[in-house]
Design a protein around this ligand. Sequence first.
Ligand code: F0G
Length: 351
Amino acid sequence: MAKGVLAKYKDYLPLTDDTPIFSLGEGDTPLVKSRHIVDLVGCEELYFKLEGCNPTGSFKDRGMVVAVAKALEAGGNSLACASTGNTSASAAAYGAYCGIPTTVIVPKGNVARGKLAQAVAYGARIMLIQGSFDHAMQLVRDLTERHPIVLVNSINPHRLQGQKTAAFEVVEELGAAPDYVFIPVGNAGNITAYWMGFQEAYHNEWTSIRPRMMGFQAAGAAPIVRGDVVTEPATIATAIRVGNPASWDKALTARDESGGTIDMVTDDNIMDAYKMLASKEGVFCEPASAASLAGLIKHAKAGLNLEGQKVVCIITGHGLKDPDLANEIEPVWMEEYPPDLDAVEQALGLG
Ligand code: F0G
């Protein structure tokens, strides 16, 4: 039976004897060692934390299981979230598992097809808003303030508690924290959660290292970098198409306390990293997730000396989430043949 985040980390989460313990198999995701890109960026060791291997295909499940367990403990019987897609897929899945209705409020036309398909399949109430994620976020805040519906966005503190367990896993697997963590930034909950997790690991004396947190927004949706709300955020990486992040201040704290940075990468940088991860390392992620590697490449090219350093890139969501973008990749070789061995051999130069 899947152990999951609640059972495995119960001593480090805000659980009580009354908190229900359940799991869809979240957490315990692979840390894959780079074989090729490591040489390009010049660090000692480079790893990819594959959060797309969670049950709904993104890191959101780690926090969602805690948020939903705490909601049930408090007698909640209805969930709601705003989302660029992954939070809604995750909330809908845990809502279905626990038998409670989930309302997801998403920006119409800006949710990747795989994510919307998940919310449909899990049976959520899907509200397509004629506006941005930031409008959806404001709506869900107002809605849950007025009605007894549990808000499961990352401003729900239980979400960040669950998400911090990814940092624990990295420390456990490497035997210490890495020197650098590169991570995409959207609503800024995840960078906050990782920093919490690494701080806790340090205070528990599991590691004497505190990594520099290197967060990356998309250039067309980079309010933290620009220091101002972006009213019309635009990027191919729809997951991080956020103009007014809810955890803005906490992300700045993570940056400053860790001696890291929050910077931006262009959509071209993101697409290059997205294709490179798949074709050079066998890691197929969604575009937003590739912002971490795009950021690493940008800083390595700009002269960041990573000699002797251990680096982890957080790969936040699975490539199958966004099949439309994946289909834009030019195939190395895709031709049509008759069902005939001679034709196949000839094409392969074996005839
Ligand atoms: N990567 C992916 C795949 C995401 O879905 C998100 C956020 C992020 C990175 C950024 O994480 O928001 O904690 O800074 N997706 C949210 C959603 C906004 O609604 O699914 P963050």
